[in-house]
Ligand binder design. Structure first.
Ligand SMILES: [Zn+2]
Length: 320
């Protein structure tokens, strides 16, 4: 059998090699440009964040209530204890009047800034508040405040639709891991698992007044965890579901590692613990506008409507 390929046109091979060379060059060049542009984008995001962080700090200096020995001695002692235990470095602490149970920390350079919302002082006891302050200091100590700017900048890189979702989801995944770490720092600062758990629960149900209230909220939180839609939604959220945080914290508290760390960080606190009051020297009725102690006794689901189980879906009328 005669088998030949000699009829191949002379230029076919040459043009094939040129085509492959040009195609590879374009691929290398465009990915280099994309890579460099990504670097520029991340750098621009960091510069932008630094500007926003600076102006937010200035805003707090002008409008926040600084937590210091002359303004708020009791709270300052509490902050001091957390700092001795967790050694997060320089931190400026401010109170801000907002009707929310919240706290946050931010900062790229020094000092980092920690902000506490005033209702925390209204509803939380000293140990619960120590957990919250410790949680935020944990974010600072573990570098989450500056990493958030860097990783957030990378996750924000413009990408084709599918890739943008993956970047966002993976960034949020890391955010949720940071929350577990910060909760551990909060526990180390407060040193009491039950108080740490109540502090977490008070974030969604500030005015729990009895064990029955507490049990009811825990039941509602457990129900939320069971819903598949909530599990899917969690993928894009910065914080894990509360019940998961509580369970993770309980697991951690039972480890030998935690016991060892707790003993060691407690030894950091110099001298005797200052006598802390249960109520802080602060006009707490300002926080919510309500006169203290005059809230009506409502059932838990009415006081915390966001915990209410969803109504069963109603039958929709058919589209015409
Ligand atoms: Zn946090």
């Amino acid at each position: 059998m005669y088998r030949t390929r000699r009829y191949r046109y002379a230029n076919e091979r040459v043009v094939l090699f040129i085509t492959l060379f040009i195609a590879l060059s374009v691929i290398v060049l465009t990915s280099t440009v994309t890579f460099c542009l990504s670097g520029v984008f991340i750098l621009a995001m960091i510069v932008l964040s630094a500007g926003l962080i600076r102006s937010h700090h200035q805003y707090l200096i002008r409008n926040g209530i600084p937590v210091n020995t002359s303004q708020m001695p009791d709270l300052t002692s509490l902050v001091g204890i957390c700092q001795q235990k967790l050694q997060p470095g320089d931190i400026d602490v401010y109170l801000t009047q907002k009707n929310q149970m919240n706290a946050y920390a931010f900062g790229l350079g020094k000092p980092k800034v920690l902000v506490l919302y005033t209702p925390l002082l209204k509803f939380m006891n000293t140990s619960e508040l120590t957990f919250i302050i410790g949680h935020e200091m944990g974010h600072v100590a573990l570098g989450h405040t500056w990493l958030n700017t860097l990783v957030g900048g990378m996750a924000g890189i413009p990408a084709p639709f599918g890739a943008a979702i993956i970047l966002y989801a993976v960034f949020r995944w890391w955010n949720r891991m940071c929350e577990y770490s910060a909760d551990r720092a909060g526990l180390l600062a407060c040193g009491d698992l039950d108080q740490a758990v109540t502090a977490l629960v008070r974030l969604v149900a500030p005015d729990i007044r009895s064990q029955q209230d507490f049990n009811r909220v825990m039941m509602l939180l457990n129900t939320k965890d069971d819903r598949a839609s909530n599990r899917v939604a969690e993928v894009f959220q910065s914080h894990p579901m509360l019940i998961r945080r509580i369970n993770k914290l309980r697991d951690y508290a039972s480890t030998r590692e935690y016991q060892t760390l707790q003993v060691k960080v407690n030894q950091n606190v110099r001298g005797a613990l200052p006598q802390l009051v249960d109520k802080f020297d602060y006009d707490q009725s300002v926080a919510t506008g309500d006169p203290p102690g005059k809230e009506p006794e409502l059932p838990p689901e009415e006081r915390w409507p966001w915990l209410k189980p969803l109504e069963p879906p109603t039958v929709q009328s058919q589209k015409k």
